[in-house]
Write a protein that binds this ligand. Structure first.
Ligand code: NAD
Length: 266
């Protein structure tokens, strides 16, 4: 798709790789000028260079309020505006609860939740001045329900979702649309450890009705839609994009069991 975001200025956090990189690429392909930010300077520069015209990179720690604010002020100083903010930076938070220290908990909430607060704090005054803006926050299906061994991440992503709803209500009449998306498992580095364990991959494939993980580009498509004028009536939503994973109630696949029962015995 081309051209839907012509003239728009965007910031995507955590954009060096994975979902953020795919989102940045997609927004540029639709005509936006995108500032990619990330702590990973080397990969961030490579990704921005690979996207080419319309993409630039700044090293920013999304967990540091001053650094986030400086990057947004810099973009607005250069371009005069910020139309789109995608709060995407995140880290995994899986650990047995007996091993979750306060330091670990603070870090997971800082990078996954406080970062969204910092981004919104910095961007919204400019969007208010413009009378328009669109923000997409990366929630997760792990913010819609609990996972085993994921207490800090579950808390952070649930926080992102309800924070999104609250801000969306506050700013809808000012022309700022704020939404969250809730991906299921996506084939990115954040999942490097579970993806290396065949039994975990099998369990995911079993649990996802579509029978596969998402690719980052599929998540980018939803973000591009949500920041476009086609999504003009979508406000405060938390949209699952999970191959059907959260559509189920956790029951066994009775159709498969029935097929197995009906198979003639060897
Ligand atoms: N991949 C999935 O299965 C999945 C599912 C649901 C939600 N999400 C969320 O999507 C977002 C992107 O995840 P991903 O799968 O692309 O992961 P990823 O690990 O591939 O990419 C995350 C990016 O964020 C950057 N980052 C980490 N800490 C940062 C910080 N403090 N400041 C700036 N940048 C930082 C990393 O350097 C990396 O480039 C995260 O918020 C994640 O929680 C991912």
């Amino acid at each position: 798709m081309q051209g839907g975001l012509e003239g728009k200025c965007a910031v995507v956090t955590g954009a060096a790789r994975g979902i953020g990189a795919a989102v940045a690429k997609r927004l540029v392909s639709e005509g936006a000028e995108v500032l990619l930010t990330d702590i990973d300077i080397r990969q961030g520069q490579l990704t921005a260079a690979a996207i080419g015209k319309g993409a630039s990179f700044a090293q920013v720690d999304a967990a540091d309020a001053a650094s986030v604010s400086a990057s947004i002020e810099d973009l607005v100083g250069r371009t005069g505006r910020i139309d789109i903010l995608v709060n995407n930076a995140g880290i995994p938070g899986g650990a047995l609860f007996d091993e979750v220290t306060l330091e670990f908990w603070d870090r997971v909430l800082r990078v996954n939740l406080d970062s969204v607060f910092f981004g919104c704090k910095a961007a919204i005054p400019h969007m208010l001045r413009q009378g328009a803006g669109a923000i997409v926050n990366l929630g997760s299906i792990s913010g819609l329900g609990g996972d085993h061994m994921n207490s800090a991440y579950n808390a952070a992503k649930a926080g992102v979702i309800n924070f999104t709803r609250s801000l969306a209500m506050d700013y809808a009449r000012a022309g700022i649309r704020i939404n969250a998306i809730c991906p299921g498992p996506v084939r990115t580095e954040i999942n490097a450890r579970p993806l290396a364990i065949p039994s975990v991959v099998d369990a995911w494939l079993e649990a996802i009705p579509l029978g596969r993980l998402a690719e980052p580009e599929e998540i980018a498509g939803l973000v591009a839609f949500l920041v476009s004028d086609d999504a003009s009536f979508i406000v405060g939503a938390a949209i699952p994009i999970d191959g059907g994973m959260t559509a189920g109630a956790g029951q066994p696949d009775f159709a498969r069991l029935l097929r197995e029962l009906r198979q003639p015995s060897q």
